[in-house]
Design a protein around this ligand. Structure first.
Ligand code: ZN
Length: 270
């Protein structure tokens, strides 16, 4: 499943390929993704020019003069830009043809992704109440501590709550807690401000490292093959149950929290 670093890498890959390009036509091959792709996009976006592409949490926002296309990659989505003459692949459900004879294509075998529309001065419900971006200045040394007061849920579930901080997914929640030396079982409301400051730094650091790493190991976004945006990460603890901890050589443990797998070192994290 693409996490924030994959989405950010996708944004960076697409940016030079679509910015300032004019849309020639919109094609919806499979309307029903996680939600229906609005059919008005065919007329709304006709002749519009892509102003920019940004990201909020795990959503890609393609900016136009009169609104934004909001795309989410779901479980298995990916986006590439190819010559429009390239034959369509089986799971390419949405296509934007651009005026330089290339096409942005949304590929999603499991169809949990989404393509939505947001008008100017409107915030669609999915983007409402999102906490600060983890790599922005808004996510400061007070952010986590302030939100944690009175919270009895465990700290791993807490940092995965998008109202607290936007876009920290399952993999990077485990990785950040390992880096910070904090047990995922600790209650959020029983964690000191100092430890939250260390965790804030850890979240920033694992996400930035993953983004930097992604940029180097990535498939080309204009490549015809493969799933651009997916890359193998260097992970310290996630997926390493029963393997030796890279710090203390103790055994990494796997537990389930809030129906999601958590990996941690019981010796290094408390
Ligand atoms: Zn350890």
């Amino acid at each position: 499943m693409p996490e924030l670093p994959e989405v950010e890498t996708t944004r960076r890959g697409l940016e030079p390929l679509i910015t300032d390009k004019k849309i020639v036509s919109i094609h919806i091959y499979k309307k029903k993704l996680r939600w229906e792709i609005p059919s008005h996009l065919k007329s709304t976006l006709n002749n519009q020019t892509v102003k920019a592409i940004s990201r909020r949490a795990k959503y890609l926002l393609v900016q136009f003069e009169h609104g934004q296309l909001v795309m989410h990659l779901g479980m298995s989505g990916s986006i590439r830009v190819v010559p429009s003459s390239e034959p369509l692949k089986k799971h390419e459900h949405f296509e934007i043809k651009l005026d330089n004879s290339t096409s942005l294509r949304f590929h999603d075998p499991r169809r949990f992704g989404s393509v939505l529309w947001q008008k100017p001065n409107e915030t669609i419900s999915l983007l409402k109440n999102l906490g600060p971006e983890p790599l922005s200045y808004e996510f400061d040394n007070n952010s986590l501590f302030k939100s944690s007061i009175g919270k009895s849920k465990n700290i791993k579930t807490f940092i995965m709550d998008s109202n607290v901080v936007a876009g920290v997914g399952n993999i990077y929640a485990s990785e950040s807690l390992f880096l910070a030396g904090i047990s995922p079982k600790r209650k959020a409301g029983k964690t000191s401000k100092n430890r939250f400051i260390i965790l804030t730094e850890s979240i920033r650091s694992v996400l930035s490292d993953a983004i930097n790493n992604g940029g180097t190991t990535l498939n080309d976004f204009s490549n015809v093959d493969g799933n651009p945006g997916y890359f193998s990460q260097v992970l310290s603890v996630y997926g390493r149950d029963n393997m030796p901890c890279i710090r203390c050589s103790g055994k990494i443990k796997k537990i389930i929290q809030n129906q999601r797998a958590t990996y941690y070192c019981p010796k290094c994290q408390h």
